[in-house]
Design a protein around this ligand. Structure first.
Ligand code: FMN
Length: 198
């Protein structure tokens, strides 16, 4: 079967802005390990779970698999330097980085992150040159109001534009233009079929 070349694939996928995270874990000896990961997605609400997709060649992968646990640290909008560091060949990526163990012991980059999720791996799925880890979210911290995440979009870093106010409980703000009643719509609960109607 034919497929698009890698460059075209990356260009297509770069159309979707992605939050930049540092996925961290603990080595057997207790040393923190981590790598930059943008392939993070919510999977299920009950139980709360997410997935990350990690290159088979990643040097962090054996530690992730061995620990069976990791934290997803969602970087703040102005922390592209941290993203670069955790994607680089620097030997000790945690040197000079503020971190503390979370409630499950996973390294939390609390000074550089606006939210984090501590996870326990429940499934591994081989997918081409990556492995997908599905994990239950067992602890975590949501973002404080008005904080903005670091995004990766069209091969560039961007801080999420504009101020973001929390729409709790539930809804995402602002209302979608053209929605019939101007009500705020919780996109997380909108299926594609429903989206056609708003
Ligand atoms: C913005 C950005 C997003 C990335 N997303 C991923 C990803 O989702 N999965 C992955 O395996 N590598 C991803 N990488 C690449 C890894 O961070 C990079 O290859 C890193 O050096 C791997 O480290 P390791 O070999 O020590 O595990 C990303 C890099 C950047 C800069």
């Amino acid at each position: 079967m034919s497929s698009v070349d890698t460059r075209t694939f990356f260009d297509i996928m770069g159309t979707a802005p992605a939050a930049v995270t540092v996925v961290s874990t603990i080595e057997v000896g207790g040393t923190p390990r981590g790598m930059t990961v943008a392939a993070v997605s919510s999977v299920s609400a009950d139980p709360p779970s997410l997935l990350i997709s990690v290159d088979h060649r990643s040097r962090t992968l054996p530690d992730l698999l061995h620990a069976g646990r990791f934290a997803v640290n969602f970087l703040r909008g102005d922390r592209s330097d941290v993203s670069r560091r955790f994607a680089s060949s620097v030997e000790d990526r945690f040197e000079g980085v503020e971190w503390r163990p979370g409630s499950t012991g996973m390294p939390i980059l609390h000074a550089d992150s606006l939210a984090w999720a501590e996870c326990r791996v429940s499934q591994r799925i081989d997918a081409g040159d990556h492995i997908i880890l599905i994990a239950d979210v067992v602890a975590g911290s949501p973002p404080p109001p008005l904080t903005r995440p670091l995004m990766y979009f069209r091969h560039h870093y961007e801080a999420w534009p504009g101020q973001v106010e929390d729409g709790r409980p539930g809804p995402v703000t602002p209302p979608i233009a053209g929605s019939s009643d101007g009500a705020v719509i919780d996109l997380a609960r909108v299926t594609p079929a429903k989206l056609d109607r708003v």
